[in-house]
Structures are given as C-alpha cells and as structure tokens.
Write a protein that binds this ligand. Structure first.
Ligand code: ADP
Ligand code: ADP
Ligand code: ZN
Length: 217
C-alpha cells in the first residue's frame, strides 16, 4: 500500500500518519522529519535545506526528490509506505509516479486533509515536537501527560523555529500556490479522498481507516 497524506501545514499529517502506520504496520516517510534529521547532522543537504525551511519556502525539487527516492529504496518500504509531506509540487508528484512505476508499484490512494486556515494557525502556534522521535503534540489540543516530555520516548519537547507567526504565514502561502494544485491532479487520476480534518484527532483517524480499508489492497 502506497498512501499519500496531502494537506496544509498543521492539518494533522504527522499526527495521523503515526497512528495509521501503527494500525497498518507501514513505515512513516515524512519529508520534513528527514530534512530536520539532515539539519541536525549538518549534512550538505541539511545546510542547503536550512535556508529554505527557515523562510518557510520549499526545498528545491531535485534535492527533495533524491532524498525521498533514497528513502523509498530501503527494504522496509518494500511493502508500501505512508508518505507525509511529499509530494508538495507537481514535479514531485510526477517524479513519484515514475519512481513507483520503476519499482513495479502504484499509488493506492491520496488522503487530502481539509482544514481552514484560521484553525491551522492556532494548531501550528501551539505545536510542540519531540526532539528524539518527532512525535507532534499541542499545548491545548494534544498535550503530553508530563509537561515538555514525550509520552512515547520521554524525549524533550521543543517548538520548531518555523512554527513562528511570520514563517507560518509564508508556509500557508506556499501551500496554496504550490501544493494545493495537487488536489486537482490526484482528483483527475481518481486517487483523491477528502477527509474533514477539523474534527477530533480520533474521529479523523477513524474516518481515514474506513477509507483506506475500502481501497484495493
Ligand atoms: P502536519 O504534520 O500536517 O503539519 P501535525 O500532525 O503536526 O500537522 O499537527 C499540527 C498540530 O495540530 C500539532 O500540534 C497537533 O498536535 C495538532 N493537531 C493535529 N490534529 C489535530 C486535530 N484533529 N485537532 C486538534 N489539534 C490537532
Ligand atoms: P508541516 O508538518 O508543518 O507541513 P513539514 O515538517 O512537512 O511541515 O516541512 C517543514 C519544511 O520542510 C517545509 O516548510 C519545507 O521547507 C521543507 N519540506 C518538507 N517537505 C518538503 C517537500 N516535499 N518539498 C520541499 N520542501 C519540503
Ligand atoms: Zn518522542
């Protein structure tokens, strides 16, 4: 099963991907998490990506596509994966199609998580991330059991630099200009399933699981 979670920043892609991966026993491939790992390790890719991420812009397609291809080539992705945050441009979507074709695979479906912009701003402003395992929390909507501490791995929680108000605005603009056109692209391919992301976290998960179970295996 190759599934894509498509949606604006803050729509719940990371939150839902983690739950769906557990339920469906699939690896979670999150482009943002991969970039943040490169930043931390100060690799060449990390140093290139930093200037874009800090401004809320997209990292160039070539570098992003190469990183994802490398990740999808690893053995744990052989039975499929849940892609979170990739593709984000038309060029990335086309590259993914041809790469899956090379692997003799095809996309199972695209879950588009719809959330209005004012709700996204509220979510991103209160988001906290685990430094170790990258699990997202929210100070009001999804607080950890113990303050500043990850429920899953006891890692420290921190606020991402790009979850500051000016960068949030830039990221939403980028989403509407560069990523939202993919909704039409996947609709035309008959792969798009829209989910109302403005419900409780559990309700969104249940809705998504129902859709996924109705897709071809
Ligand atoms: P994305 O990966 O799409 O950017 P996240 O999964 O990181 O989104 O969620 C963004 C923020 O909103 C996080 O702080 C998360 O805890 C919170 N959140 C996610 N889903 C919901 C929801 N259905 N209701 C309320 N808050 C949510
Ligand atoms: P969010 O969860 O808020 O949607 P991500 O963690 O997915 O954010 O991404 C953080 C940043 O990493 C993006 O603002 C962008 O700079 C970069 N990035 C992530 N995925 C991609 C991608 N597919 N193409 C280009 N840049 C990306
Ligand atoms: Zn953790």
């Amino acid at each position: 099963m190759y599934l894509i979670l498509l949606g604006p920043p803050g729509s719940g892609k990371g939150t839902q991907a983690e739950r769906l991966c557990k339920q469906l026993d699939l690896p979670h491939v999150a482009s943002g998490d991969l970039f943040r790992d490169h930043l931390k390790r100060e690799t060449d890719l990390g140093n290139l990506a930093r200037s874009y991420i800090d401004k809320g812009q997209l990292v160039p397609d070539d570098a992003t596509i190469a990183m994802i291809k490398e990740r999808l080539s690893r053995s744990d992705c052989r039975g499929g994966t849940i892609l979170d945050g990739f593709p984000r441009t038309q060029a990335q979507a086309e590259a993914l199609d041809s790469f899956l074709q090379e692997l003799g695979q095809q996309l199972t479906g695209v879950l588009f998580i719809a959330v209005p912009d004012d709700v996204l701003i509220e979510r991103l402003s209160g988001r906290r991330i685990c430094r170790k395992c990258q699990t997202p929390y929210h100070i009001l909507f999804s607080p950890p059991r113990e303050a500043q501490t990850c429920d899953l791995c006891a890692g420290d929680l921190y606020q991402r630099d790009d979850d500051q108000p000016e960068t949030i605005k830039a990221r939403l603009d980028v989403y509407h200009k560069q990523t939202a056109p993919l909704i039409k692209f996947y609709k035309a391919a008959n792969l798009l399933h829209e989910v109302d992301g403005n419900m409780d976290i559990d309700q969104v998960t249940d809705t998504m699981l129902t859709i996924i179970r109705s897709l071809r295996p």
